[in-house]
Design a protein around this ligand. Structure first.
Ligand code: FAD
Length: 344
């Protein structure tokens, strides 16, 4: 069986690595774009990892990924894992007890719920009395670009350079488009349906800061999120609503950096946060059903799939999502008699 993966971001690289392990006799090829200087989502990623997500499906993937990462010295080294606590603020407690129990079951002693009074003692301000947060002890930060390189190097996949901007299946039995934010454009250029996929701008800024920095945090009330960066910096971001962005021209919007700085300053009045010294913009792929997953595309039985939909958060879910995707791909390779779509 011959599998061609188009795109060597975190998704494509981990999928190739999983397949090399699950089906060593399959021939796996990863098509890397020949364009130099392209900053993909994996290279730009903030790399924050934790188990808690509002969405139960994404939470399961994030938890499975974190458990695998923490349990593997090799993966921790590849990903340059740096541990730190994570705090996720929510306006109400609905569903949080179950979520914390799920995390505790797999990572005992890691997760608990902190109320507004405790958070105030930790430097948080402007809280409503009912505000609560999931605090995780075992969370942290990875370098997704380094994990991608290590996974590709360890896999037995053949890497091919290409500048083609269509889904060229060649002699492959199965083709997986793992081209992140380039996926919708590639599908359309290949005459394949792409309406369920969209691109969206993600941006963050890095600020000099004085005062005791919080660990990784998501403020689910105002939207600002952040984490320590290096010895003295604070990475801050707020969600954008810039949809359908060309991934080759990601915007950086100074007003967003200012907004993130203002919101973080109000939430942590003990910090002195300076103006942004670095602004990063990149684009990720979103799917109608959120999350990084293997999805068939085009006519049934043609053996073409996508593996994308990271939605700004798949550094934390990619390990488990890639295992799930590789397992599904192996099943479909064993049961189907795929007819590759014609080369265009
Ligand atoms: C700014 C930013 C910050 C983020 N921070 C976090 C975070 O803190 N925590 C978290 O969990 N997640 C985070 N994410 C999300 C996570 O990093 C992404 O979901 C993930 O990296 C997406 O990986 P990918 O492989 O799907 O896409 P990409 O990394 O974009 O990779 C797609 C690859 O396909 C290639 N390609 C495109 N066209 C072709 C072609 N025709 N042929 C061959 N190759 C092609 C591209 O060059 C690229 O290398 C962040 C994302 C962004 C953008």
């Amino acid at each position: 069986m011959r599998v061609r993966i188009i795109g060597g971001g975190l998704a494509g690289a981990l999928l190739a690595w999983r397949l090399s392990d699950l089906v060593p006799d399959w021939r796996v090829e990863v098509v890397l774009t020949g364009r130099t200087g392209r900053v993909d989502a994996t290279a730009a990623s903030g790399g924050a990892v934790r188990a808690y997500e509002d969405d139960p499906g994404q939470r399961r993937l994030a938890l499975d990924s974190l458990v695998e990462l923490l349990g593997s010295p090799t993966l921790r080294r590849w990903a340059d894992f740096r541990p730190s606590a994570a705090t996720y603020l929510r306006r109400d407690r609905a569903g949080l007890d179950d979520a914390v129990a799920e995390i505790e079951h797999r990572l005992p002693g890691s997760a608990r719920i902190a109320d507004a009074a405790e958070l105030a003692g930790l430097g948080w301000a402007g809280l409503a009395p009912g505000d609560v947060a999931v605090v995780e002890r075992q969370a942290g930060q990875i370098a997704p670009g380094r994990l991608r390189e290590a996974a590709l190097a360890d896999s037995r996949a053949r890497c091919l350079e290409s500048t083609l901007d269509v889904v060229a299946t060649g002699n492959a039995d199965l083709t997986v488009v793992a081209a992140g934010a380039w996926t919708p454009g590639l599908l359309r250029a290949s005459g394949l349906p792409a309406d369920s996929y969209r691109t969206k701008s993600l941006q963050y800024s890095v600020h000099p800061v004085e005062g005791t920095r919080p660990g990784q945090f998501v403020d689910g009330v105002t939207g600002v999120y952040g984490r320590p960066d290096g010895a003295y910096g604070l990475l801050l971001g707020v969600p954008t609503d810039a949809w359908d962005i060309d991934p080759d021209a990601p915007p950086t919007t100074p007003a967003l950096a200012d907004r993130a700085r203002r919101l973080a300053g109000e939430r942590f009045p003990g910090l002195r946060i300076g103006p942004a010294r670095l602004r990063i913009g990149s684009v990720d792929c979103y799917h109608d059903e959120p999350g990084l997953a293997l999805r068939p595309v085009g006519p049934p039985g043609h053996g073409v799939f996508t593996f994308t939909g990271g939605a700004g958060g798949s550094a934390k879910t990619a390990l488990a999502a890639s295992l799930r995707a590789a397992t599904r791909l192996v099943e479909s390779g064993r049961t189907a008699q795929p007819t590759p779509v014609e080369r265009r």
